[in-house]
Design a protein around this ligand. Structure first.
Ligand code: ADP
Ligand code: MG
Length: 264
């Protein structure tokens, strides 16, 4: 390595240009061979540094978001569910709903891809620079109730309110007691018209009263959630069971539980 290369590398390290340290020599050689103007070469090395930094940043924020699995929209087979509004999901993937602080609610029986779609929209949001936090409702409530007991509720809510997109998965798998319902109501009120939420549930809106054990609070929660929202009903059988069905290990029940919903 020439003395000049060493000096250049030291300068890059001092400036934390970590990608350039490894890649600039190859780019400099190519530029010399192709007789590239100096500015073109400078643009190339800066671009490679910026791209690597952006990818690293996306990776870290994806890890911090707490997704259970990394799922992309391209991996979703829209032909599998018996009914799904693909156009509506593509529209959500444009992320305009985030700019307008609207919510999206995925309703449907287990295994039809609600979590997959919620995660893929969350990952898309991260790629576009939005802060995202994913949590299942049972986990969130455990954490909120604990925060309340330790007098940290305000701080915890501030953290959950701050992210641009909060994904609340699995509403309806467990019914909520009064304390948990109050915590959830507080969170939803705090986020109302300030940040977007994506919710998933195996229960139709009509059944939400039984989750919260109180119809008045259920309506107050739904009122805030659905004021600016998109509801996507997914119908069909579980994707998890499709291979088992093919192999004859499992036969679907005669009728799927009906799922219905309103919203904008
Ligand atoms: P739900 O949240 O509705 O219970 P999930 O999103 O967890 O369902 O889906 C269960 C599994 O099946 C996941 O691994 C998911 O990626 C996959 N899956 C579901 N629907 C589809 C689909 N239409 N195309 C591809 N994979 C799917
Ligand atoms: Mg799910």
């Amino acid at each position: 390595m020439s003395l000049q290369s060493e000096r250049i590398q030291l300068l890059m390290q001092r400036l934390c240009l970590t990608e350039m340290v490894h890649g600039y020599e190859a780019l400099a050689e190519q530029a010399a061979q192709k007789n590239l103007p100096y500015c073109d070469f400078l643009e190339q090395v800066l671009e490679s540094e910026a791209n690597v930094r952006q990818e690293r940043n996306i990776k870290v924020r994806t890890q911090l978001a707490g997704f259970p699995d990394l799922k992309r929209l391209e991996q979703f087979d829209f032909k599998f569910p018996a009914a799904i509004d693909e156009k509506k999901i593509r529209e959500l993937a444009s992320l305009r709903f985030l700019e307008r602080h609207e919510n999206a609610v995925f309703l449907g029986p287990p295994g039809v891809g609600k979590t997959h779609l919620a995660v893929s929209l969350g990952m898309e949001a991260i790629r576009h620079g939005f802060s995202v936090y994913f949590v299942s409702l049972p986990d969130l409530l455990d954490r909120l109730v604990q925060a309340q007991a330790e007098n940290r509720m305000r701080r915890k809510l501030a953290h959950l309110r701050k992210c641009r997109l909060l994904v609340l998965d699995d509403i309806g798998y467990r019914s909520l007691d009064e304390q948990a319902t109050t915590c959830l109501f507080q969170l939803i009120s705090e986020r109302y018209e300030r940040g977007s939420m994506i919710l998933t549930s195996n229960k139709s809106y009509g059944e939400w009263g039984s989750i919260f054990q109180d119809n008045v609070i259920a309506s107050a929660i739904l009122d805030r959630l659905l004021h600016h929202s998109h509801t996507i009903n997914i119908k069909g059988e579980s994707y998890r069971l499709k291979d088992k069905r093919k192999a004859g290990v499992w036969t679907p029940p005669a009728a799927e539980p009906a799922t219905s919903g309103g919203g904008a």
